[in-house]
Design a protein around this ligand. Structure first.
Ligand SMILES: [Fe+2]
Ligand SMILES: [Fe+2]
Length: 125
C-alpha cells in the first residue's frame, strides 16, 4: 500500500496526497479482493475520477517555468491514467489480471511520488 512520506514538501501537496491515500486505503481491498462485480467496478471508477482530479490539482499547482519537468510530470500522469483505463477494461471474471495490473499501478504510482512529485514540490529554503 503506497503512502506519502516525503520531507520538505509544499504543504498543499502534502495535504492532497494524505487525502488521496486515505481514500486509496479504503478502495484497495475492494479492488484486490472484492467479490461483487458492481462494487469492484464502482471502486475502480471512483479511483479513476479521483486520480484524474489529483493530477489536475498537481499540474495547476506546478506553476514553474520549468517546462521539461512539467512535461515529465504530465507524461507520467497520462501513463498512470492509461493503466487505470486498462484496469477498468479487464472483464470482471478475470480477478487475477485485475490484481496484477492494480499492483503494478500502485508500484508505478509510488515510483512517481518519490521520483517526480516529491522532488518537484520540494520547498526551497
Ligand atoms: Fe501525486
Ligand atoms: Fe504527480
Amino acid at each position: 500500500m503506497p503512502s506519502w512520506d516525503h520531507e520538505d514538501c509544499d504543504p498543499a501537496i502534502d495535504f492532497e496526497h494524505t487525502r488521496l491515500y486515505r481514500m486509496m486505503d479504503r478502495l484497495e481491498p475492494i479492488i484486490l479482493e472484492g467479490q461483487q462485480d458492481t462494487a469492484v467496478r464502482r471502486a475502480i471508477d471512483i479511483l479513476s475520477r479521483r486520480m484524474t482530479e489529483h493530477f489536475r490539482i498537481e499540474e495547476e499547482l506546478f506553476t514553474t517555468a520549468d517546462w521539461d519537468s512539467r512535461t515529465v510530470m504530465k507524461d507520467d500522469h497520462r501513463r498512470l491514467l492509461t493503466m487505470l483505463k486498462a484496469l477498468s477494461d479487464i472483464p470482471p471474471a478475470d480477478a487475477d489480471a485485475r490484481r496484477s495490473l492494480f499492483t503494478s499501478f500502485l508500484e508505478a504510482l509510488q515510483r512517481h511520488d518519490s521520483d517526480v512529485d516529491a522532488p518537484l514540490f520540494r520547498m526551497h529554503h
